[in-house]
Ligand binder design. Structure first.
Ligand SMILES: Cc1ncc(C[n+]2csc(CCOP(=O)(O)OP(=O)(O)O)c2C)c(N)n1
Length: 562
């Protein structure tokens, strides 16, 4: 069948099961968008900035496990995608980014809106393509989807010159992909499973570390069965939250710089860490010299490059964590670690999470109100900063794979655009965005997309008038010199109203329940501007470079227990 190159792009996407694309048009991309008129089965969401298109594709991919797709024009359209692509790369999110390029004949001449986007994105994509022959177009797209979703997922960019988009093109969608040398190992060898099972059976104080890989592998049930079989507590990374219900007795919550004390103490006193799809990020381990001094590491990851990268692994296992946990569960008898678990309970009693803000609206109370309003079953997208850490600590995720945030890159401005994609993955659920007033101002133009698409996105602004997380570091480590961190903004309630989005301001704890009920029960979008305590800090906190056992606790002591 003969098509134009632009039609071939959409034909390929349809064969990959794509039904929604976040995009922004422009000169070089015109043929691509023109052809879209013939493909009504693909829903095109016009974002208001290309960065948002990339984050939306990312949010969709995290929520569904499918490849998210974004598209942009050449030059500034393509460069605006960069932060979103890098965010997806650092968090192993399957994404295909399609960019239009200037005509092949003028590549290399600094033509209008020409930029070398494959050069720019080389280090932040799993792979990228500049298509220079019409005949390569379908194969490149086929490979892009294959590479994005297999093995350790990641973003792949396909750059297509305008003349290839307009030229007639023979269409043949390849059945198979052949990438010699690319063969992710999914199942670990049986002898490795036996060896790992023995190490687990011998452990006295094991801890399972659940990372983003558990979500990527959709291994939630396998994680629960494995943890129950071993009778081991489960500690999450930031992105591993919601891999096991917070109500499960073995779920300890998040460890690391702002992790809960009992999770950090469990790791620091463990004799075996069983790491599942996590990469020993520095915000998780704290000082490597002091990290888990008594523990052996059994490290399972689909990417062999992660094993032993930061912490030597006594037992390395390359494979998909779903298959590995299933195999290990089958190889193990029921184990019993009651004493170890009660030791951890004692730490939990001694070092509870506290809320001790003297003012009318402590930020932690906002997160607790969100938990109340959703019963812990909400779908939550958080931005980056103190509010992100309060979500991680105080929202007890009961629903699996219900928390989405930028972990590796820590991209401010992620939450609202990512929620566009998360919402597409959860069309019948409200999606809750928790965002600081700084982060919100990085991508608030997407309120227009929310309004236009009439999405039931509920935005909770933790409005403290500061770039709070940086202010906290200034207070603790830079002599309380608050340079460049007080931040003003518009009247967010009026701003929402100007987009036709209902909103209300909350200034006291007593008003939270009614405000959250109104937001939850509203048919479409809703915005809550929560004027929280300005100078509240996130505790516990492990100072950079120190041991995770030496966390700073709230100096005001133990006011109110979780
Ligand atoms: C794009 C980007 N720029 C800068 C930073 C550094 N940074 C991390 S947290 C933070 C402050 C976030 O402020 P806000 O969104 O208001 O949230 P809060 O910490 O007050 O809850 C900054 C500036 C970042 N992570 N991302």
């Amino acid at each position: 069948m003969r098509h134009t190159g632009a039609e071939v792009v959409w034909e390929c996407l349809i064969r990959e099961g794509v039904d929604v694309v976040w995009a922004y048009p422009g000169g070089a991309a015109l043929p691509l968008f023109d052809a879209l008129g013939k493909y009504p089965q693909i829903h095109y969401v016009l974002v208001r900035h290309e960065q948002a298109a990339a984050h939306a594709a990312d949010g969709y991919a995290r929520a569904t496990g499918k490849v998210g797709v974004c598209a942009a024009t050449s030059g500034p359209g393509a460069t605006n995608l960069v932060t979103g692509i890098a965010t997806a790369m650092l968090d192993s999110v399957p994404m295909v980014a399609i960019t239009a390029q200037v005509a092949d004949s003028v590549i290399g001449t600094d033509a209008f809106q020409e930029i070398n986007i494959t050069g720019i994105t080389l280090p932040i994509t799993k792979h990228n393509y500049l298509v220079r022959e019409s005949g390569d177009l379908a194969r490149s797209l086929r490979e892009a989807f294959f590479l994005a979703r297999t093995g350790r997922p990641g973003p792949v960019l396909v750059d297509i010159p305008k003349d290839i988009l307009t030229a007639p093109c023979e269409f043949h969608y390849p059945e198979r992909v052949s990438r010699p040398g690319y063969r992710p190992v999914v199942r670990s060898a049986p002898y490795q499973v036996q060896r790992a099972a023995q190490v687990i059976a011998d452990a006295k104080r094991p801890v399972v570390l659940a990372g983003h890989g558990v979500h990527v592998a959709k291994a939630w049930e396998e994680l629960q069965r494995f943890a129950e079989r071993v009778n081991a507590p489960v500690v999450s990374t930031l992105l591993g939250l919601s891999a096991l219900s917070a109500d499960h007795p073995l779920c300890l919550g998040m460890a690391g710089m702002h992790g809960v004390a009992w999770a950090n103490l469990a790791i620091q006193n463990a004799d075996l860490l069983i790491a599942m799809g996590m990469r020993m990020d520095d915000r998780f381990t704290g000082s490597l010299r002091h990290f888990a001094p008594q523990a052996k590491l059994l490290h399972v990851d689909i990417d062999p490059a992660e094993i032993g990268k930061r912490v030597p692994a006594a037992v390395p296992m390359v494979g998909d964590v779903r298959f590995v946990m299933e195999a290990l569960t089958a190889a193990l008898p029921e184990l019993d670690h009651r004493e170890w678990l009660s030791q951890i309970d004692a730490w939990r009693d001694r070092h509870p999470l506290t809320v001790h803000a003297p003012g009318p609206l402590p930020p932690q109370e906002v997160i607790r109100a969100l938990h109340q309003a959703t019963g812990g079953e909400g779908v939550v997208v958080s931005d980056v900063g103190q509010h992100q850490m309060w979500v991680a600590q105080h929202y007890r995720f009961r629903r699996l794979n219900s928390f989405f945030t930028s972990g590796g890159l820590g991209t401010m401005g992620y939450s609202l655009p990512a929620a566009l994609g998360v919402q597409a993955g959860h069309p019948t659920d409200p999606v809750w965005v928790v965002v600081g007033d700084g982060s919100f101002q990085m991508n608030l133009q997407e309120l227009a997309t929310v309004a236009q698409e009439r999405l039931p996105i509920k935005i909770v602004i933790m409005d403290n008038g500061y770039l709070g997380m940086v202010r906290q570091w200034q207070e603790l480590f830079h002599g309380a010199r608050y340079i460049g961190t007080p931040i003003s903004g518009p009247d967010f309630v009026q701003l929402a109203a100007s987009y036709g989005i209902p909103a209300r301001r909350v200034t006291a704890t007593a008003d939270l329940a009614a405000a959250f009920a109104a937001a939850r029960d509203a048919d479409g979008p809703y915005l809550l501007d929560c004027k929280v305590e300005q100078d509240e800090n996130v505790y516990p906190m492990v100072q950079p470079g120190t041991s995770n056992a030496d966390f700073m606790e709230d100096p005001r002591g133990r006011a109110k227990d979780q």
